[in-house]
Design a protein around this ligand. Structure first.
Ligand code: FES
Ligand code: MG
Length: 595
């Protein structure tokens, strides 16, 4: 590490003797709320706190409180804190999708980090899309950056049982459909899963992405799993604030941390924690903005043979508090390290390698974090599928239940494969309107398809591929049919769907020409899903669809939706705004003066 600190980029605004008239202009407005000229010209690093919390973003709202401790840490280490808002993203509250806003928040944050006098930044991460949006921006700009998770909610409880975020919703929907609870009971059951401030307490996309931000090296070790209301969360906020100041002095940047080895570590950890099917999308997006090659196949090549160690819902039974008490990410990494699955030399935000950080971590509760030798499941990672309906899709094998396996994948004559008629839905409205209609003839042998729900079609890609079976089948004990689609599914869902199919129907994908009643073969061993119609019939349908002007999607309702649809790529390549990845390490060149 350099002994003489390099010049700070904030000096170009606040302390530039060669351009005193612009310095005066820049400095005067930051004096008007009480900062002094002496402070701004003291040579202290100016540290941004990228605030994702607000009343609109309940999952991340506790960051408003934590930011005070971050500020104190920054100050204690000799920096000056400047807090600013990030475009809010609330996973469950934002219509039509929060996914639409990930790239918008990314663009906004890049512009702020590049265009203002900031030497480093604390990224306040949490709710699903806030984590990738912040890491994508940090990767593009490449100023010293450290992430601070807001932490999961406390465990939810109902009648003595753990109720986990999201996961309880899917269960409650089935209970409502078969008459086990009424509407008031539905709300009470779902609300029991959210007992405190923080993000989803299951291993949904939030816990996944916060764990992976730590596995990537972008958070202090041990910080991701601390529940939001715990005192340890306040302490890690203060330590994160202190650390970013030293990262600026050391010029430790995202490009030093976000290496291919770090992403491979994240893929392995994602399998071991039973992470969300949204992880490949977000990790790919971060990797592309960091200039790292990370094809979707890496998730199967490096992640599939990894055992499931973390016993959290939806794949297991416990929740966020249990995960933290059992040792969190360092305990998982240490266990994986003992079996040679972690690139130990990957650098992390505290200036040490992940190997040095995690080597001595121990599992405190083996019911919650299993030993490598006694996993919940072997080969628990994703598989990547193709076929004549799409080029790429993923399936989370850790949530294939014994019942599902027995019903659909255990024919001795044709193992791991299943054939049946398709029922096709054009979006969730179509699905909700028709799923319980007996006239559709859905039975235990039907495959459900969802289309029109990808990045372009929805727009934003919606979490709607996990579809519950019709009420009449649930009452017979058949809750999950094979589901396949071009949208996503919530990380809190335990459904073994084949999802994120690309290209989507709205981008010329084969799902657009599938018809209800077509026979489809799902073959997990060969990693294929194929509609069993002739090539000539396929070609004829494609020509007919093209003559009609392609797969119909609803009109854009806002300017951003229209711009997003023009630029967005498909889920298997991260659904970033195509072309934006050509901007790399943009902080290396200062922007022009503004006047
Ligand atoms: Fe925000 Fe789950 S909805 S973290
Ligand atoms: Mg979600």
């Amino acid at each position: 590490m350099p002994t003489t600190p390099p010049p700070l980029r904030s000096r170009a605004w606040f302390d530039n003797p060669d351009n005193i008239d612009m310095t005066a202009l820049y400095i005067e407005r930051y004096l008007n709320f009480g900062l002094s000229q002496q402070e701004l010209q003291s040579g202290r690093p100016i540290i941004g706190i990228a605030q994702t919390g607000s009343d609109l973003s309940p999952c991340n709202r506790h960051h408003l409180v934590l930011a005070e401790r971050v500020r104190e840490g920054i100050r204690d280490a000799g920096g000056i804190a400047i807090e600013f808002p990030v475009h809010p993203i609330q996973e469950t509250g934002k219509r039509p999708t929060a996914a639409l806003d990930r790239n918008l928040a990314y663009l906004g944050l890049v512009e702020v980090l590049h265009g203002y006098p900031l030497d480093g930044v604390v990224l306040t991460i949490g709710c699903d899309k806030t984590t990738p949006a912040c890491l994508m921006a940090a990767a593009t700009v490449d100023i010293p950056a450290i992430a601070l998770s807001v932490g999961p909610m406390l465990n939810g409880w109902h009648k003595g049982e753990r109720t986990g975020s999201g996961t309880i919703v899917w269960k409650a929907r089935e209970m409502l459909a078969n008459g086990a609870i009424d509407a008031a009971g539905f709300v009470a059951l779902v609300a029991s899963s959210a007992p405190s401030t923080g993000y989803c307490n299951t291993m949904g996309t939030a816990t996944t992405m916060n764990s992976l931000a730590e596995a990537l090296g972008m958070q202090l070790p041990g910080s991701a799993a601390i529940p939001a209301p715990y005192r340890d969360r306040q302490e890690i906020a203060w330590r994160t604030g202190k650390r970013i100041v030293d990262m600026v002095r050391e010029q430790l940047k995202p490009s030093d941390i976000l290496t291919r080895e770090a992403f491979l570590n994240a893929i392995v950890v994602n399998s071991a924690i039973g992470g969300s099917t949204n992880a490949p999308i977000h990790l790919t997006a971060i990797a592309r903005h960091a200039g790292i090659d990370l094809p979707l196949s890496d998730f199967e090549t490096h992640g599939h043979a990894v055992p499931l160690l973390v016993n959290l819902q939806p794949a297991g039974e416990y929740l966020g508090e249990d995960y933290y008490r059992a040792g969190g990410v360092p305990a998982v990494v240490a266990e994986l390290m003992r079996h040679g699955l972690i690139h130990q030399d990957a650098m992390t935000a505290n200036g040490r390698t992940i190997g040095d950080n995690c080597r001595d971590a121990v599992i405190e509760d083996e019911r919650v974090i299993r030993r490598f030798e006694t996993p919940l499941l072997k080969d628990a990672g994703f598989i990547v599928l193709g076929g004549n309906l799409f080029d790429a899709a993923v399936m989370k094998t850790s949530v294939i239940s014994a019942d599902f396996r027995a019903r659909y994948l255990s024919n001795p004559a044709d193992p791991d494969a299943f054939e049946g008629p398709a029922i096709v839905f054009d979006g969730p409205e179509d699905y909700h309107a028709r799923i319980d209609d007996p006239a559709l003839g859905i039975d235990a042998g039907t495959l459900l398809f969802m289309r029109g729900t990808g990045p372009v079609g929805y727009p934003g890609s919606a979490e709607v591929v996990n579809m519950r079976a019709p009420g009449y089948l649930i009452r017979e004990g058949i809750a999950s049919l094979p589901c396949i689609g071009d949208g996503r599914q919530s990380g809190t869902s335990g459904s073994p769907s084949i999802l994120n199919a690309a290209p989507e129907a709205a981008a010329g994908g084969g799902l657009a020409i599938l018809k209800s009643g077509d026979r489809v073969r799902m073959d997990l061993r060969r990693r294929r899903v194929d509609v069993l119609i002739s090539d000539a019939e396929l070609a004829a349908r494609r020509a007919a669809l093209a003559a009609e002007g392609g797969y119909r999607i609803p009109p854009a309702q806002t300017p951003w939706q229209a711009l997003y649809r023009e630029k967005v790529g498909q889920l298997h390549t991260g659904a970033i705004l195509e072309g934006t990845e050509s901007f790399q390490r943009v902080a290396a060149v200062l922007p022009r003066d503004s006047h």
